[in-house]
Design a protein. Sequence first.
Length: 450
Amino acid sequence: MTAQDAEELDVEEALAVANDRAVRGPKEPHSSRETPTTGPGAHRAKDDSPHKATSWPEARAVAERAARSAGRRAPVSVTVDKALGLVLAAPLTALTDLPSFDTSAMDGWAVAGPGPWDVREEGVLAGQAEPGRLTDGEAVRIATGARIPPDTTAVLRSEHGRTDDKGRLHPTRDLAHGQDIRPRGQECRNGDQLLPLGTQITPAALGLAAAAGYDTVSVLPRPRVELLVLGDELLTEGLPREGLIRDALGPMLPSWLRALGAEVTAVRRLGDDADALYRAVKKSSADLIVTTGGTAAGPVDHVHPILRRVGAELLVNGVKVRPGHPMLLARIKQDQHLVGLPGNPLAAVSGLFTLAEPLLRTLAGRAAPEPYAMPLRDAVHGHPYDTRLVPVSLRGDDALPLHYNGPAMLRGIATADALAVVPPGGARPGQELELLDLPWATAGIQVCFT
């Protein structure tokens, strides 16, 4: 990042503070505005919040523990075609031998005894009932996947045989006993464990379950999430006007939550109505309630008062991460939690990765991804004492930090592959940093938008 980029970041953050004040009124020191991370005087910044924010790694650990404390969720039975991305609630055991009968591995001839062979007129196709027995010196045309006739010695591939002018079949190379025959039970026997409890179901696992005879599988259900979009200043269509801004979180967050494995049961736009927020929280039966904005202490920031009103236990009250510092996590009931995201778009994304992702992943029974790191192509300025999450693009063996990474900006994250975890003080070119993959940047089951 150049000095000009750093200055632009400070300007963006200052504008975000000004806009937030204009709409919501004055904020306390622990409001949703972000402390400047670069520029003159940044090294003199102090953590003067009235409460002690949680470190970024500990906040993620708290979210995981909160999900585990909710208790094991009851398994559900779903059809195989609906199971992608879910986690097995019981081991997947074979319901039959695989293959369930001897089958041909190639197109060719099933032959009995040494050649040459007389070829039967009829052939054997996949899906037919058990074919007639072969006798020595006899062959029959056979298709891949077809059932092997009794007393077959081997399958001679089409390209390895020729017929003479009398119609007799001759091999053009040596043929071993049992060649190109898939024997019954080669892959598994009835009752064998195919996949253990806790396996996340991939497309290949779906195919295995179907091949093993399953119509339905027992899985942990997707965590149910209700999204509450707060703020009177938000427009749902048209251009920003008269102090009003377009809502970016309402369109963005449901798909993002689904990509993290959740079932989004409702999206409610509540404005800055404290009573509406109270009723929505009290009536919700979701595993996780996600709110946007209103997590600070301004005149229309209602999340904290409502949490006190419903008797919630505040587990995380601010996180030492930029953007996204004023995020929170609360336990409303033993099996219900609330994640309060900041109102700025990239700050909300930071909250998703910090608190919602580990909580949803643990509720769904999925294992944490293996951490990995890549070297930075360019330097990244850091916050004096907080972690920063910076959008990066993966270029070969390097992670390229992207511009437009202020708390109110989405332009950088829209083209990113991952978020780099930048330690306090920043990172130099070539320094390896932990990366958090965006759900759609990795091929596979995490991309689940339906």
